[in-house]
Design a protein around this ligand. Structure first.
Ligand SMILES: Nc1ncnc2c1ncn2[C@@H]1O[C@H](COP(=O)(O)OP(=O)(O)O)[C@@H](O)[C@H]1O
Ligand SMILES: [Mg+2]
Length: 401
């Protein structure tokens, strides 16, 4: 049995979720469903959050950004140390701490052009003009490993990118591990961006793709119009009505034309896009704007699934997670949109608290990394082969001096 910590700060940038899980390997040598022990969330300190938000919009200098990487590492380290302290865990009792770092930038591969580079000869060309994916997560793991005296594994997406994969979403490995005994089943994580996975006992049949905005546009509009971070329970959206002209405009977004596996990022549905909508549709009431954004999130999730999961008729359950599950109006709209015969539930039903699933994912990925278990799903991400995602930083106490 391994005790593992996972941390996550996602695209909503609403805080750092930290969990402790127990992981036991199953008879096939792969981890069984992780057992959730405890979890908590910490805020980003204000001054650091301000710089991260500016960096999302490419508005910090490169030198400032270097310091931010260490600052973010210190924030992760304080969060990890706080949970260790609260749970009475000493260095040496934790197998590993897994976190990806805060994603600042994410660019998906151009799958149609990947085959031009598949002989491995032209490595520079893969990234010179863009067919391979790239991105960057910040939060220097050495600070975490040093402060917690525990191995830290981070940056899971880069190896998937090196193998031609999308690198995002990354939920598929946890979904394989946790649900291979009950699949096929769909999972849906509604964070800032939402993603969907087809979890299957046969990894070759798995899928993973972003569906478009989860909470990111709702949050942005709430911040701009009400000065609040999110639409609690969807109450504002519920009081408005959907504007059909804006809905039509949103449905024409280029994102839907991209083939899966596909990722979305703040560049697709971020503050620039939301600001443009707010300016162009300023005649709408605040509530109608929220109602339309919420409707669009439900529409984008459903359309992405029905457009891309060919075996949808054979699947009985879709299991949701992420902060978006707390938006009861969004969940109602989703239920309404979902194909008949597909039951919408939350990961709670399967022992995984919805708000902590992503942090549990990073714990599980890191456990696989240190045990040299393949933790990518090539069929789902488009990678050419199995690999070990994650970079390992060792704690000082393991040094043979
Ligand atoms: N009670 C609530 N009502 C409505 N929305 C909520 C509620 N609680 C959380 N959320 C939404 O969930 C988001 C956080 O979800 P999370 O899964 O942490 O996303 P991420 O992985 O992008 O950080 C918040 O920004 C907010 O939009
Ligand atoms: Mg979050």
């Amino acid at each position: 049995m391994a005790l593992v910590m996972g941390l996550n700060s996602g695209s909503s940038f609403d805080g750092i979720d930290v969990v402790l899980v127990e992981i036991v390997n199953g008879r096939d040598g792969y981890p069984a469903r992780p057992k959730f022990i405890r979890g908590t969330s910490y805020d980003w300190p204000g001054p650091v959050a301000g710089i991260v938000l500016r960096s999302f919009e490419n508005k910090v200098s490169l030198f400032e950004f270097c310091r931010l990487n260490y600052l973010a590492g210190a924030v992760y380290a304080e969060s990890a140390r706080a949970l260790m302290r609260d749970a009475g865990i000493k260095p040496g009792e934790l197998e590993v701490i897994g976190f990806d770092g805060q994603t600042i930038y994410q660019e998906p591969p151009v799958h149609a052009r990947l085959h031009d580079f598949d002989d491995g000869e032209n490595l520079v060309g893969r990234w010179l003009d863009g067919p391979y994916g790239c991105g960057l997560q910040i939060g220097e793991p050495a600070i975490v490993a040093a402060a917690c005296e525990t191995p830290a594994v981070t940056h899971f997406r880069t190896m998937d990118h090196a193998l031609g994969g999308t690198g995002a979403p990354l939920m598929q490995y946890l979904d394989y591990v946790a649900f291979r005994d009950i699949g096929p089943i769909l999972t849906l994580n509604i964070g800032g961006i939402a993603n969907c996975q087809l979890a299957h006992p046969d990894r070759a049949k798995m899928m993973a793709f972003d569906t478009g905005p989860g909470n990111v546009m709702i949050d942005h509009v709430m911040r701009a119009l009400f000065g609040k971070p999110y639409d609690k329970n969807g109450d504002v959206a519920r009081s408005g009505k959907v504007d059909q002209a804006l809905m039509q405009k949103l449905k024409e977004h280029d994102f839907f034309k991209r083939p899966v596996p596909r990722s979305a990022w703040r560049l697709d549905f971020g503050s620039s896009y939301a600001d443009w909508i707010l300016a162009d549709y300023s005649h709408l009431s605040k509530a109608d704007m929220l109602a339309t954004m919420t409707e669009f999130a439900a529409y984008a999730i459903t359309r992405s699934i029905t457009d891309n999961v060919k075996t949808i008729a054979e699947i009985k359950v879709i299991m949701a997670s992420g902060g978006g599950t707390r938006n009861s109006y969004l969940m109602e709209r989703l239920k309404d949109y979902m194909p008949k015969g597909l039951r919408l539930t939350t990961s709670n039903e399967f022992g995984i608290p919805p708000q902590f699933k992503e942090a549990i994912k990073f714990a599980t990925l890191a456990h696989a990394t240190v045990n040299h278990l393949a933790n990518n799903i090539p069929a789902a991400s488009g990678a050419v082969k199995f690999g070990i995602l994650g970079k390992l930083v060792q704690p000082p106490r393991l040094a043979k001096a």
